[in-house]
Design a protein around this ligand. Sequence first.
Ligand SMILES: N=CN[C@@H](CCC(=O)O)C(=O)O
Ligand SMILES: [Zn+2]
Length: 412
Amino acid sequence: MTILFKNIKELLQVREERIDFVSGADMAVLPTIKNAYLLVKNGNIEDFGAMENCPKIEADKTIDATGKMVLPSWCDSHTHIVYAGHRETEFVDRIKGLSYQEIAKRGGGILNSAIQLQKTSAEDLYQQSKVRLDEVVKLGTGAIEIKSGYGLTLDAELKMLRVIKRLKEDYSIPIKATFLGAHALPKAFKTNKKGYLKLLIEDMIPRVAKEGLAEFIDVFCETGYFSVEDTDTILKAGRQFGLKPKIHVNQFTAIGGVQIGVKYDVLSVDHLEEMRDEDIQSLKNTRTMPVALPGCSYFLGIPYTPARKMMDAGLPLALATDYNPGSAPSGNMNFAVSSACVKMKMTPEEAINASTINGAYAMGLQDEVGSITKGKWANLILTRPIPSYSYIPYAFGSNHIEKVYLKGKEIV
Ligand SMILES: N=CN[C@@H](CCC(=O)O)C(=O)O
Ligand SMILES: [Zn+2]
Protein backbone atom coordinates (compact mmCIF):
# COMPACT_ATOMS: atom_id res chain seq x y z
CA MET A 1 0.00 0.00 0.00
CA THR A 2 1.53 3.34 -1.07
CA ILE A 3 0.31 6.87 -0.40
CA LEU A 4 1.81 9.87 -2.14
CA PHE A 5 1.34 13.34 -0.65
CA LYS A 6 2.00 15.88 -3.39
CA ASN A 7 2.36 19.66 -3.52
CA ILE A 8 2.83 19.92 0.26
CA LYS A 9 3.16 23.61 1.02
CA GLU A 10 5.80 22.81 3.65
CA LEU A 11 6.98 19.47 5.03
CA LEU A 12 8.11 20.01 8.62
CA GLN A 13 10.68 18.35 10.85
CA VAL A 14 12.62 16.72 8.02
CA ARG A 15 15.64 14.81 9.26
CA GLU A 16 17.68 12.96 6.64
CA GLU A 17 19.76 11.36 9.39
CA ARG A 18 18.27 9.88 12.54
CA ILE A 19 18.94 11.98 15.61
CA ASP A 20 18.07 11.40 19.27
CA PHE A 21 17.03 14.93 20.23
CA VAL A 22 17.89 18.57 19.76
CA SER A 23 19.13 20.88 22.49
CA GLY A 24 20.15 24.47 23.18
CA ALA A 25 20.46 26.71 20.12
CA ASP A 26 19.62 23.80 17.79
CA MET A 27 16.10 23.81 19.16
CA ALA A 28 15.46 27.00 17.19
CA VAL A 29 16.17 25.18 13.92
CA LEU A 30 13.25 23.33 12.34
CA PRO A 31 14.33 21.75 9.06
CA THR A 32 11.61 21.88 6.40
CA ILE A 33 11.11 21.41 2.66
CA LYS A 34 8.81 23.83 0.84
CA ASN A 35 6.68 22.49 -2.04
CA ALA A 36 7.41 18.90 -1.11
CA TYR A 37 6.26 15.33 -1.63
CA LEU A 38 6.11 12.49 0.86
CA LEU A 39 5.79 8.83 -0.07
CA VAL A 40 4.44 6.33 2.46
CA LYS A 41 4.83 2.58 1.92
CA ASN A 42 3.28 -0.09 4.11
CA GLY A 43 2.83 2.31 6.99
CA ASN A 44 6.32 3.77 6.99
CA ILE A 45 7.98 6.82 5.47
CA GLU A 46 9.56 5.61 2.23
CA ASP A 47 10.78 8.79 0.60
CA PHE A 48 10.38 12.58 0.57
CA GLY A 49 11.86 15.62 -1.12
CA ALA A 50 11.16 18.65 -3.25
CA MET A 51 8.29 18.36 -5.75
CA GLU A 52 10.69 18.71 -8.68
CA ASN A 53 12.14 15.34 -7.66
CA CYS A 54 8.78 13.67 -7.03
CA PRO A 55 8.90 10.11 -8.42
CA LYS A 56 6.59 9.44 -11.35
CA ILE A 57 4.81 6.52 -9.79
CA GLU A 58 1.22 5.32 -9.58
CA ALA A 59 0.62 5.27 -5.82
CA ASP A 60 -2.40 3.42 -4.41
CA LYS A 61 -3.58 6.76 -3.12
CA THR A 62 -2.47 10.28 -4.07
CA ILE A 63 -3.26 13.25 -1.84
CA ASP A 64 -2.98 16.77 -3.18
CA ALA A 65 -1.78 18.84 -0.20
CA THR A 66 -1.76 22.21 -1.96
CA GLY A 67 -1.77 24.98 0.67
CA LYS A 68 -1.42 22.43 3.49
CA MET A 69 1.47 21.28 5.62
CA VAL A 70 2.56 17.84 6.77
CA LEU A 71 4.40 17.20 10.00
CA PRO A 72 5.11 14.19 12.23
CA SER A 73 2.37 13.56 14.79
CA TRP A 74 2.78 15.04 18.24
CA CYS A 75 4.66 12.86 20.73
CA ASP A 76 3.05 13.22 24.16
CA SER A 77 5.57 11.79 26.62
CA HIS A 78 3.68 12.42 29.88
CA THR A 79 0.03 11.51 30.46
CA HIS A 80 -2.25 9.89 32.99
CA ILE A 81 -5.14 9.27 30.58
CA VAL A 82 -6.23 6.02 32.22
CA TYR A 83 -8.34 7.34 35.09
CA ALA A 84 -11.86 7.01 36.39
CA GLY A 85 -14.39 9.80 36.75
CA HIS A 86 -13.49 13.46 36.99
CA ARG A 87 -12.71 16.15 39.56
CA GLU A 88 -14.44 19.33 38.49
CA THR A 89 -15.71 19.95 42.04
CA GLU A 90 -12.06 20.40 43.07
CA PHE A 91 -11.65 22.77 40.14
CA VAL A 92 -14.49 24.89 41.53
CA ASP A 93 -12.96 24.65 45.03
CA ARG A 94 -9.74 26.06 43.62
CA ILE A 95 -11.60 28.87 41.89
CA LYS A 96 -13.06 29.70 45.29
CA GLY A 97 -9.61 29.89 46.85
CA LEU A 98 -8.38 26.48 47.96
CA SER A 99 -4.97 25.40 46.71
CA TYR A 100 -4.15 22.07 45.01
CA GLN A 101 -2.20 21.07 48.12
CA GLU A 102 -5.03 22.04 50.50
CA ILE A 103 -7.46 19.92 48.49
CA ALA A 104 -5.03 16.99 48.61
CA LYS A 105 -4.67 17.35 52.42
CA ARG A 106 -8.45 17.02 52.77
CA GLY A 107 -8.30 13.65 51.00
CA GLY A 108 -9.04 15.05 47.54
CA GLY A 109 -6.60 15.11 44.65
CA ILE A 110 -4.88 11.88 43.68
CA LEU A 111 -6.58 9.99 46.55
CA ASN A 112 -9.99 11.10 45.26
CA SER A 113 -9.14 9.63 41.84
CA ALA A 114 -7.80 6.47 43.51
CA ILE A 115 -11.10 5.86 45.32
CA GLN A 116 -13.02 6.33 42.06
CA LEU A 117 -10.67 4.04 40.15
CA GLN A 118 -10.71 1.28 42.74
CA LYS A 119 -14.52 1.12 42.38
CA THR A 120 -14.42 1.07 38.58
CA SER A 121 -14.34 -2.20 36.62
CA ALA A 122 -11.50 -2.85 34.20
CA GLU A 123 -13.96 -2.76 31.30
CA ASP A 124 -15.43 0.59 32.34
CA LEU A 125 -11.93 2.01 32.90
CA TYR A 126 -10.93 0.85 29.42
CA GLN A 127 -14.00 2.47 27.85
CA GLN A 128 -13.46 5.78 29.68
CA SER A 129 -9.79 5.84 28.71
CA LYS A 130 -10.49 4.88 25.10
CA VAL A 131 -12.67 7.97 24.67
CA ARG A 132 -9.73 10.14 25.75
CA LEU A 133 -7.24 8.29 23.55
CA ASP A 134 -9.54 8.63 20.51
CA GLU A 135 -9.86 12.32 21.28
CA VAL A 136 -6.13 13.02 21.48
CA VAL A 137 -5.38 10.99 18.35
CA LYS A 138 -7.77 13.25 16.45
CA LEU A 139 -5.92 16.21 17.94
CA GLY A 140 -2.71 14.95 16.32
CA THR A 141 -1.05 12.82 18.98
CA GLY A 142 0.67 9.88 17.32
CA ALA A 143 2.72 8.46 20.22
CA ILE A 144 1.90 8.56 23.89
CA GLU A 145 3.11 7.55 27.34
CA ILE A 146 0.52 6.55 29.94
CA LYS A 147 1.15 6.21 33.68
CA SER A 148 -0.52 4.14 36.36
CA GLY A 149 -0.72 5.74 39.81
CA TYR A 150 -4.43 6.10 40.51
CA GLY A 151 -4.69 2.56 41.83
CA LEU A 152 -2.37 2.67 44.85
CA THR A 153 -3.15 -0.97 45.74
CA LEU A 154 -1.56 -3.92 44.01
CA ASP A 155 -4.83 -4.95 42.34
CA ALA A 156 -5.87 -1.47 41.25
CA GLU A 157 -2.40 -0.67 39.87
CA LEU A 158 -2.45 -3.94 37.91
CA LYS A 159 -5.94 -3.06 36.65
CA MET A 160 -4.67 0.27 35.32
CA LEU A 161 -1.61 -1.27 33.70
CA ARG A 162 -3.68 -4.01 32.06
CA VAL A 163 -5.97 -1.34 30.61
CA ILE A 164 -2.90 0.38 29.17
CA LYS A 165 -1.80 -2.99 27.75
CA ARG A 166 -5.20 -3.46 26.11
CA LEU A 167 -5.02 0.05 24.60
CA LYS A 168 -1.58 -0.84 23.23
CA GLU A 169 -3.00 -3.92 21.55
CA ASP A 170 -5.97 -2.05 20.08
CA TYR A 171 -4.26 1.05 18.66
CA SER A 172 -1.68 1.57 15.95
CA ILE A 173 -0.02 4.29 17.97
CA PRO A 174 3.06 3.53 20.06
CA ILE A 175 2.03 3.53 23.73
CA LYS A 176 4.57 3.34 26.54
CA ALA A 177 3.45 2.23 30.00
CA THR A 178 4.88 3.69 33.19
CA PHE A 179 4.39 2.28 36.68
CA LEU A 180 3.65 5.18 39.07
CA GLY A 181 2.71 3.34 42.24
CA ALA A 182 4.59 6.10 44.10
CA HIS A 183 2.09 8.78 43.08
CA ALA A 184 0.68 9.44 46.57
CA LEU A 185 0.56 7.73 49.93
CA PRO A 186 -2.75 5.82 50.04
CA LYS A 187 -5.13 6.51 52.92
CA ALA A 188 -4.54 3.06 54.44
CA PHE A 189 -0.85 3.93 54.83
CA LYS A 190 -1.36 7.54 55.97
CA THR A 191 0.86 7.09 59.01
CA ASN A 192 2.91 4.22 57.63
CA LYS A 193 4.98 5.36 54.69
CA LYS A 194 7.53 2.63 55.39
CA GLY A 195 4.79 0.07 54.94
CA TYR A 196 3.78 1.45 51.57
CA LEU A 197 7.39 1.58 50.39
CA LYS A 198 7.69 -2.08 51.42
CA LEU A 199 4.55 -2.93 49.43
CA LEU A 200 5.90 -1.04 46.43
CA ILE A 201 9.30 -2.68 46.55
CA GLU A 202 8.44 -6.20 47.61
CA ASP A 203 5.11 -6.75 45.87
CA MET A 204 4.18 -4.18 43.26
CA ILE A 205 7.46 -3.64 41.39
CA PRO A 206 8.32 -7.36 41.10
CA ARG A 207 4.77 -8.18 39.93
CA VAL A 208 4.61 -5.35 37.37
CA ALA A 209 7.99 -6.40 36.01
CA LYS A 210 7.13 -10.11 36.01
CA GLU A 211 3.96 -9.49 33.99
CA GLY A 212 5.82 -7.10 31.66
CA LEU A 213 3.21 -4.42 32.27
CA ALA A 214 5.50 -1.39 32.27
CA GLU A 215 8.73 -0.28 30.69
CA PHE A 216 9.22 2.77 32.91
CA ILE A 217 8.98 3.57 36.60
CA ASP A 218 7.99 6.98 37.95
CA VAL A 219 7.88 8.68 41.37
CA PHE A 220 6.14 11.90 42.41
CA CYS A 221 9.18 13.37 44.16
CA GLU A 222 7.63 16.30 45.99
CA THR A 223 7.11 17.79 49.44
CA GLY A 224 4.21 15.94 51.05
CA TYR A 225 4.46 13.01 48.61
CA PHE A 226 7.76 11.10 48.20
CA SER A 227 11.07 12.51 49.42
CA VAL A 228 14.38 12.37 47.60
CA GLU A 229 15.35 9.50 49.88
CA ASP A 230 12.13 7.61 49.07
CA THR A 231 12.74 8.26 45.39
CA ASP A 232 16.24 6.85 45.68
CA THR A 233 14.89 3.68 47.32
CA ILE A 234 12.12 3.20 44.75
CA LEU A 235 14.28 3.86 41.69
CA LYS A 236 16.93 1.47 43.00
CA ALA A 237 14.28 -1.25 43.35
CA GLY A 238 12.86 -0.48 39.90
CA ARG A 239 16.31 -0.69 38.35
CA GLN A 240 16.82 -4.17 39.79
CA PHE A 241 13.73 -5.26 37.87
CA GLY A 242 14.73 -3.55 34.64
CA LEU A 243 12.27 -0.64 34.90
CA LYS A 244 13.77 2.54 33.43
CA PRO A 245 13.09 5.70 35.40
CA LYS A 246 11.37 8.96 34.37
CA ILE A 247 10.19 11.09 37.26
CA HIS A 248 7.93 13.94 38.45
CA VAL A 249 10.12 16.62 40.04
CA ASN A 250 10.11 20.31 41.00
CA GLN A 251 6.36 20.82 40.47
CA PHE A 252 5.76 22.83 43.66
CA THR A 253 9.10 22.72 45.46
CA ALA A 254 12.73 22.18 44.48
CA ILE A 255 13.97 19.57 46.92
CA GLY A 256 16.71 17.83 44.94
CA GLY A 257 14.51 15.79 42.62
CA VAL A 258 16.51 16.79 39.56
CA GLN A 259 19.74 15.65 41.21
CA ILE A 260 18.36 12.24 42.17
CA GLY A 261 17.10 11.94 38.60
CA VAL A 262 20.56 12.65 37.25
CA LYS A 263 22.03 10.13 39.70
CA TYR A 264 19.79 7.44 38.17
CA ASP A 265 20.35 8.67 34.61
CA VAL A 266 16.57 8.98 34.23
CA LEU A 267 15.14 9.25 30.74
CA SER A 268 13.21 12.38 31.67
CA VAL A 269 12.58 14.79 34.52
CA ASP A 270 9.07 16.19 34.20
CA HIS A 271 7.26 19.33 35.48
CA LEU A 272 10.16 21.64 36.46
CA GLU A 273 7.94 24.58 37.32
CA GLU A 274 10.29 25.45 40.21
CA MET A 275 13.83 25.44 38.87
CA ARG A 276 16.88 26.68 40.75
CA ASP A 277 20.07 27.56 38.88
CA GLU A 278 21.70 24.47 40.38
CA ASP A 279 18.92 22.31 38.89
CA ILE A 280 19.66 23.67 35.43
CA GLN A 281 23.37 23.12 35.99
CA SER A 282 22.78 19.51 37.08
CA LEU A 283 21.05 18.67 33.82
CA LYS A 284 23.93 19.88 31.65
CA ASN A 285 25.86 17.18 29.79
CA THR A 286 23.38 14.44 30.69
CA ARG A 287 21.11 12.28 28.50
CA THR A 288 18.08 13.23 30.62
CA MET A 289 15.27 15.07 28.80
CA PRO A 290 13.62 17.89 30.75
CA VAL A 291 9.86 17.86 30.07
CA ALA A 292 7.62 20.90 30.55
CA LEU A 293 3.87 20.59 31.05
CA PRO A 294 2.37 24.00 30.27
CA GLY A 295 -1.22 22.73 30.54
CA CYS A 296 -0.59 22.01 34.23
CA SER A 297 0.88 25.48 34.83
CA TYR A 298 -2.11 27.01 33.06
CA PHE A 299 -4.71 24.98 34.90
CA LEU A 300 -3.20 25.27 38.39
CA GLY A 301 -1.96 28.83 37.94
CA ILE A 302 1.58 27.86 38.95
CA PRO A 303 4.80 29.07 37.28
CA TYR A 304 5.72 27.86 33.80
CA THR A 305 8.93 25.90 33.31
CA PRO A 306 11.71 28.44 32.58
CA ALA A 307 12.21 27.13 29.06
CA ARG A 308 14.14 30.12 27.75
CA LYS A 309 16.66 29.99 30.57
CA MET A 310 17.07 26.23 30.16
CA MET A 311 17.53 26.32 26.39
CA ASP A 312 19.92 29.27 26.70
CA ALA A 313 21.94 27.08 29.08
CA GLY A 314 22.20 24.52 26.27
CA LEU A 315 19.57 22.07 27.53
CA PRO A 316 17.01 20.23 25.42
CA LEU A 317 13.32 20.45 26.29
CA ALA A 318 10.23 18.40 25.49
CA LEU A 319 6.60 19.43 25.84
CA ALA A 320 3.81 17.13 26.98
CA THR A 321 0.21 17.51 28.16
CA ASP A 322 0.19 15.74 31.56
CA TYR A 323 -3.45 14.84 30.70
CA ASN A 324 -4.99 13.92 34.08
CA PRO A 325 -8.16 14.70 36.05
CA GLY A 326 -6.56 16.95 38.67
CA SER A 327 -3.87 19.25 37.32
CA ALA A 328 -4.33 19.15 33.53
CA PRO A 329 -7.65 17.79 32.23
CA SER A 330 -6.67 18.28 28.60
CA GLY A 331 -4.63 16.15 26.24
CA ASN A 332 -4.46 18.72 23.51
CA MET A 333 -0.85 18.95 22.32
CA ASN A 334 -1.77 21.88 20.07
CA PHE A 335 -2.55 23.83 23.24
CA ALA A 336 0.74 22.70 24.80
CA VAL A 337 2.58 24.05 21.73
CA SER A 338 0.69 27.33 21.73
CA SER A 339 0.94 27.99 25.48
CA ALA A 340 4.67 27.17 25.37
CA CYS A 341 5.07 29.91 22.77
CA VAL A 342 2.84 32.42 24.53
CA LYS A 343 3.79 31.77 28.15
CA MET A 344 7.26 30.25 27.97
CA LYS A 345 8.52 32.39 25.10
CA MET A 346 9.47 29.40 23.00
CA THR A 347 9.56 30.09 19.29
CA PRO A 348 7.28 27.95 17.08
CA GLU A 349 10.39 26.09 15.87
CA GLU A 350 11.44 25.31 19.45
CA ALA A 351 7.94 24.27 20.47
CA ILE A 352 7.54 21.97 17.45
CA ASN A 353 10.95 20.35 18.09
CA ALA A 354 9.96 19.93 21.74
CA SER A 355 6.67 18.26 20.81
CA THR A 356 7.98 15.90 18.16
CA ILE A 357 11.57 14.62 18.19
CA ASN A 358 12.29 15.54 21.83
CA GLY A 359 8.97 14.10 23.00
CA ALA A 360 9.78 10.90 21.14
CA TYR A 361 13.15 10.68 22.93
CA ALA A 362 11.44 11.19 26.31
CA MET A 363 9.60 7.90 25.63
CA GLY A 364 12.52 6.06 24.03
CA LEU A 365 10.72 6.22 20.68
CA GLN A 366 13.09 8.41 18.68
CA ASP A 367 13.86 5.59 16.24
CA GLU A 368 10.18 5.08 15.41
CA VAL A 369 8.52 8.51 15.42
CA GLY A 370 9.11 12.24 15.93
CA SER A 371 10.52 13.26 12.56
CA ILE A 372 10.12 12.86 8.82
CA THR A 373 12.89 10.32 8.34
CA LYS A 374 12.97 7.33 6.00
CA GLY A 375 11.89 4.14 7.75
CA LYS A 376 10.01 5.85 10.58
CA TRP A 377 6.31 5.24 11.14
CA ALA A 378 4.02 7.32 8.93
CA ASN A 379 2.25 8.89 11.92
CA LEU A 380 1.46 12.23 10.40
CA ILE A 381 -0.58 15.40 10.68
CA LEU A 382 -1.99 16.96 7.50
CA THR A 383 -3.00 20.52 8.30
CA ARG A 384 -5.80 22.55 6.82
CA PRO A 385 -4.63 25.34 4.49
CA ILE A 386 -2.54 27.64 6.72
CA PRO A 387 -0.29 30.58 5.85
CA SER A 388 2.75 29.38 7.84
CA TYR A 389 3.60 26.87 10.55
CA SER A 390 3.76 29.70 13.09
CA TYR A 391 0.03 30.04 12.47
CA ILE A 392 -0.52 26.77 14.42
CA PRO A 393 0.46 28.20 17.84
CA TYR A 394 -0.62 31.72 16.85
CA ALA A 395 -4.26 30.98 16.07
CA PHE A 396 -4.71 29.04 19.31
CA GLY A 397 -7.98 27.33 20.04
CA SER A 398 -8.80 26.65 16.39
CA ASN A 399 -8.38 23.24 14.88
CA HIS A 400 -5.75 23.38 12.15
CA ILE A 401 -5.72 19.63 11.57
CA GLU A 402 -7.49 18.29 8.50
CA LYS A 403 -6.48 14.64 8.88
CA VAL A 404 -4.22 12.46 10.92
CA TYR A 405 -2.53 9.27 9.73
CA LEU A 406 -1.32 6.44 11.92
CA LYS A 407 0.97 3.94 10.21
CA GLY A 408 -0.21 5.56 6.99
CA LYS A 409 -3.86 4.89 7.78
CA GLU A 410 -6.22 7.86 7.65
CA ILE A 411 -7.95 8.42 11.01
CA VAL A 412 -10.00 11.63 10.55
N1 LIG B 1 1.76 15.77 40.13
C1 LIG B 1 1.49 14.62 40.12
N2 LIG B 1 0.65 13.99 39.31
C2 LIG B 1 -0.18 14.64 38.34
C3 LIG B 1 -1.43 15.19 38.94
C4 LIG B 1 -2.24 14.16 39.58
C5 LIG B 1 -3.61 14.58 39.99
O1 LIG B 1 -3.85 15.68 40.52
O2 LIG B 1 -4.50 13.74 39.80
C6 LIG B 1 0.63 15.67 37.59
O3 LIG B 1 1.60 15.26 36.97
O4 LIG B 1 0.35 16.86 37.62
ZN1 LIG C 1 2.06 13.78 35.72
